[in-house]
Design a protein around this ligand. Structure first.
Ligand code: SF4
Length: 213
């Protein structure tokens, strides 16, 4: 069914059938808007010699915690195959924007890290255009938008068994173990492996994140 601005009229209809049709029409409108926004934001990210996947990988590595700065976690985050992610990482490495550095706690393992050039590139992130445009809308609808979009994302991730990613403050594993161990709430313990969480890592996104039911 094509979506038009007549959906308001459908929503205003009387009876259960009309109300249901109105809901369906509204849902279809939301889907089309999300799709168009997705296409637009994708187009914006062909900038400064990078493509959307490369920008997203840079953004991810800037935000990811120590358990998540790996090709596998990045593949989960992007919903991409390991092969596709590998191509993205090779391109970023060849441009000098990322590097592989040894983990401090286990020198045999490597982390993906942004180089100084990678951090400088992020200052030019084309998504900032969207951020400026969103500021005005967010002022009016910010909390509802975040709630609605977060719920939609969570539902889709759950249905498709995709890693959610999130930060320690919101993670059910962080809360449970922090209480059980009497750990300092400012740092806390990760329930996934029993390790202490450094303050700087707490606000970073994690591949092992588990939302509270
Ligand atoms: S508490 Fe949760 S989000 Fe934090 S490191 Fe552990 S699994 Fe990841």
């Amino acid at each position: 069914m094509p979506i038009t601005d007549h959906s308001h009229a459908q929503i205003a209809g009387t009876g259960n059938g009309a109300a249901h049709e109105g809901k369906v029409a509204l849902a279809q409108r939301v889907i089309i808007l999300l799709d168009r926004l997705g296409r637009l934001t994708r187009e914006l990210q062909f900038a400064d010699g990078l493509n959307p996947a490369q920008w997203e990988a840079l953004r991810f590595l800037a935000q990811a915690n120590k358990y998540s700065r790996s090709p596998t976690a990045l593949a989960h985050y992007l919903g991409a195959t390991k092969g596709t992610v590998s191509q993205t990482l090779i391109a970023l490495e060849s441009k000098g924007l990322i590097t592989r550095c040894k983990k401090t706690e286990d020198r045999r393992q490597v982390d993906l890290c942004l180089t100084e050039a990678g951090q400088a590139m992020l200052v030019k992130d084309p998504m900032q255009t969207l951020e400026q445009a969103t500021l005005e809308v967010a002022d009016e609808l910010g909390i509802q938008m975040v709630k609605g979009l977060s719920r939609l994302l969570h539902d889709l991730q759950t249905r498709n068994q995709i890693s959610e990613f999130g930060v320690c403050q919101d993670c059910s594993l962080f809360c449970v173990n922090a209480q059980q161990n009497g750990a300092d709430a400012a740092t806390g313990i990760c329930g996934n492996n029993g390790e202490a969480i450094e303050t700087g890592e707490k606000a970073k996104i994690c591949v092992n994140y588990k939302t509270a039911n």
